[in-house]
Design a protein around this ligand. Structure first.
Ligand code: LCS
Length: 420
């Protein structure tokens, strides 16, 4: 690290993890090697015994990956980070590091579909109990705590309902009961939210999303607070093996350099798109943390420095109209994933959250009509124009369109600033 560790996230994003390498390159080189030679048998032994610092084998550590890990740890104001082969690998490693058979976990109802399935089915089969609750309600969380609760797992804002959880409040509740708090910070990125500073113990990311930002890599990260936790997690990741390769690490590290300006643009554009949707007669409801109509709008203002790039909404014609609209889009791309420079749209009930099953979706208020939009960095007027033409096509021929014109949706109150 060549700069003050407490520089702003914007500066960390550009300089984080860059060290004094041989030949002084400005960008960390790609160490495309699976293994590293030892100077001598004694040095090999010392490296394995942890008496020497250095690289052994790329599953246990690689300089290109290490540079990215340093950058992410700095951005999240953590002690150290691990770069993983996917967001799911990061989550799985975290849960294996913290839980064993007989332990109990509390999880937000609204989480990414695979996270829910991992916890409920796979961890459940291994004897780890779980309770899914609305973590935006701290009393419900308090009531769900048990003597064997070891982890409270939170996604905030949650995927895809964008429900916001009070990180400081939930950390207090969890810590009182002896549990640790894991926050999935994928939707905000460390530019807009730093959960460790709010009292959380561990942060996880799907770096596939905003951190990389260019929809060309699958990657994850875990950020921990101290060396004891680092050693505990290192041991588990070394054995599970879900590490990131050097080429992907290079790409993610490059993507992070523009993270701060991308997030600014995502926020600026998303509020404009949210306002447009809230005003459109074919749209029944809009959920965006920057709209005053969001149920946890005030909490969002306190905890986040921007409202992010994700919007959820429902059309008056529900799923049928939503499908028609998605099929009619020309600029916005019909695809899962989020947080890239391209605007993406998808239907959680049949796509990202299909694996959860109908009952779990109902519990999490992921309705069949919910459409999720990840606003990219294209010209926002062109994004809106594309949505407008698709909404018109979706609503025109149906009888409900006439009814909608007769009873337009009430205009939702909002704030126009990217910083809430
Ligand atoms: N956490 C969150 C909040 C996510 O949205 C995702 C993926 C993951 C973790 C898992 O990360 P991955 O292993 O894919 O890197 N979310 C996706 C989504 O909403 N659409 O496609 C993937």
């Amino acid at each position: 690290m060549n700069h003050d560790p407490l520089t702003s996230p914007d500066t960390c994003a550009v300089h984080g993890g860059v060290d004094n390498y041989q030949f002084r390159p400005v960008v960390p080189p790609i160490y495309a090697t699976s293994t590293f030679s030892f100077e001598s048998a004694a040095q090999g032994e010392a490296l394995f015994a942890g008496k020497h610092e250095g690289y052994i084998y790329s599953r246990l550590g690689n300089p290109t990956v290490g540079a990215l890990e340093k950058c992410v740890a700095e951005l999240e104001r953590g002690h150290k980070a691990f770069a993983c082969s996917s967001g799911m690998a990061a989550i799985q490693t975290t849960l294996f590091a913290l839980l064993e058979a007989g332990d109990h976990l509390i999880c937000s109802e609204a989480v990414y579909g695979s996270t829910s399935t991992l916890i409920e089915s796979i961890m459940g089969n291994l004897g780890i109990e779980s309770t899914f609750v609305d973590t935006s309600d701290l009393n419900t969380v308090r009531r769900a705590m048990r003597p064997n609760t070891k982890v409270v797992y939170v996604e905030t804002p949650g995927n895809p309902t964008l429900v916001i959880t009070d990180i400081q409040g939930i950390s207090e509740v969890a810590h009182e009961g002896g549990a640790q708090v894991v926050v999935d910070n994928t939707f905000m990125s460390p530019i807009l939210q730093q959960p460790l500073l709010c009292g959380a113990d561990i942060v996880v990311h799907s770096m596939t999303k905003f951190l990389n930002g260019h929809a060309d890599v699958v990657a994850g990260a875990i950020i921990v607070k101290d060396e004891v936790m680092y050693a505990q997690f290192r041991k588990v990741l070394n054995q599970l093996g879900g590490v990131l390769g050097p080429f992907e690490a290079f790409l993610v590290h490059r993507g992070i350099k523009t993270l701060a300006i991308r997030m600014e643009r995502h926020c600026e554009s998303a509020i404009k798109v949210a306002l447009f949707l809230a005003d459109h007669p074919a749209v029944e409801w809009v959920r965006y943390p920057g709209l005053k109509s969001h149920p946890q709008y005030e909490l969002g203002r306190k905890q986040m420095s921007g409202a992010g790039g994700l919007i959820s909404f429902g059309l008056r014609g529900e799923l049928v109209a939503g499908r028609e609209m998605m099929n009619a889009l020309r600029l916005c791309t019909l695809a899962v994933s989020l947080g890239g420079v391209e605007t993406l749209i998808q239907h959680p009930a049949t796509m990202t959250h299909a694996s959860m099953g109908r009952e779990s979706r109902k519990r999490a208020q992921i309705t069949d009509g919910l459409v999720r939009l990840s606003v990219g960095i294209e010209n926002v007027d062109e994004i809106i124009a594309d949505l407008a033409q698709a909404l018109d096509k979706a609503s025109q021929p149906t009888p409900t369109a006439k009814a909608m014109k007769a009873h337009p949706a009430p205009r939702t109150e909002c704030v126009g600033s990217k910083l809430l």
